[in-house]
Design a protein around this ligand. Structure first.
Ligand code: UFG
Length: 336
């Protein structure tokens, strides 16, 4: 297949590009580098040993998208492009709604005009809102999100469902990611948040590197085995392989389907800290701090549907995630 990756230079997009090529597909990347680097593209080519066409453009730019779809015939699009920082979305709701919705609408309109009706979308477990029970299944009612970023994912899911309802030729797969961490085992590509990281693993790797003094563990009075928040951490390479399966699944069908990409196993903040310390031999100083607004006790996937419909399940464990995350940080102390 010839596959377009919007936001293909980002953390998940770059790993997916590698896995798609390893599975024999060809990829084209469109990225505006607002939260990524051209260096990621160079390293994708380095790891894969293949040339990867790159278009520097905003997916909301109609003319640029029209030119892109006129030049290539895509069998499928994986839509990663979007702003993704939860806290920032609370501060800048209009920017988040404008950016994430505009890019999706422009992309889908362009796809429609060019008869490309197959899309895999980067959604998030955030659409489940505050869960009544775990594990989370795709057929559970989504009660509402806790921030504008989450709402953009929720709204884009609804937009894509509507597109499928209106035109049965469309094939949509909505992938709800849990907590992607880790990095490619080469240590050449990984996660590069700008500024002080909001997410747990990049924060830990910077404490390990000595750039940040200590980890703040947000709350130890949750209803979990050790009181700290429990999440379903998934290795980004496993997640990328899930996209390969999702593209292959999407190509041969019509209609909309929703699939969780998680391991089904929840680990606490302190589980992650201890595993990181053990596999990398580095102490992570931490202190217990107040809860972070909007955080839930526990969030993890029921991964059965992914196994059934995609024939995919996560293979890497928490040790792999901690080792590979540190390997990337160690080899790239200043990012790309
Ligand atoms: N945490 C800390 N200290 C930190 C950062 C995080 O204790 O410095 C804790 C959080 O309280 C939480 C856990 O680590 O218990 C994981 O937090 P992350 O910020 O890494 O991840 P979240 O589960 O909050 O958010 C992730 C994605 C979002 C997505 C959400 C729901 O970052 O994009 O999952 O699926 F919306």
């Amino acid at each position: 297949m010839q596959i377009l990756l919007t936001g293909g230079a980002g953390f998940i997009g770059s790993h997916t590009a590698i896995e798609l090529m390893a599975a024999g597909h060809s990829v084209v990347i469109v990225d505006n580098f607002v939260n990524s680097s051209p260096e990621a593209h160079r390293r994708i080519e380095e790891i894969s040993g293949q040339k990867v066409p790159l278009v520097e453009a905003d997916v909301a730019d109609r003319d640029a998208m029209e030119a892109l779809f006129s030049e290539y015939q895509f069998d499928c699009v994986v839509h990663f492009a979007g702003l993704k920082a939860v806290g920032e979305s609370v501060q800048q709701p209009l920017r988040y709604y404008r950016n994430n919705l505009d890019t999706t609408l422009t992309l889908c309109e362009t796809m429609q005009r060019h008869g490309c009706k197959c899309i895999v979308f980067s959604s998030s477990a955030t659409v489940y809102g505050v869960p009544d029970e775990v594990p989370l299944r795709e057929d559970m009612f989504c009660k509402g999100c806790t921030n504008p970023y989450g709402w953009t994912k929720y709204m884009i899911e609804k937009i894509l469902m509507g597109v499928c309802d209106a035109d049965p030729e469309w094939s949509v797969v909505l992938l709800r990611y849990f907590n992607p961490i880790g990095a490619h085992e080469s240590g050449r590509i990984g996660e590069n948040p700008s500024g002080i990281p909001n997410n747990l693993m990049p924060y830990i790797t910077r404490v390990a590197a000595g750039t940040l003094e200590k980890l703040h563990v947000f709350g130890n009075d949750y209803q979990t085995h050790d009181g700290t928040g429990v999440r379903d951490y998934i290795h980004v390479v496993d997640l990328a392989k899930g996209h390969v399966k999702a593209c292959q699944y999407a190509e041969g069908r019509q209609g909309c389907d929703i699939v969780n990409l998680g391991t089904g196993v929840g680990y606490s903040v302190l589980d992650l800290v201890k595993t990181f310390e053990k596999v990398n031999g580095i102490q992570i100083p931490y202190e217990i701090s107040p809860r972070r607004a909007g955080d839930v006790d526990a969030c993890f996937a029921d991964p059965k549907k992914a196994a059934e419909v995609l024939g995919w399940r996560a293979e890497k464990n928490l040790e792999d995630m901690c080792r590979d995350a540190w390997n990337y940080q160690k080899n790239n102390p200043k990012g790309y």
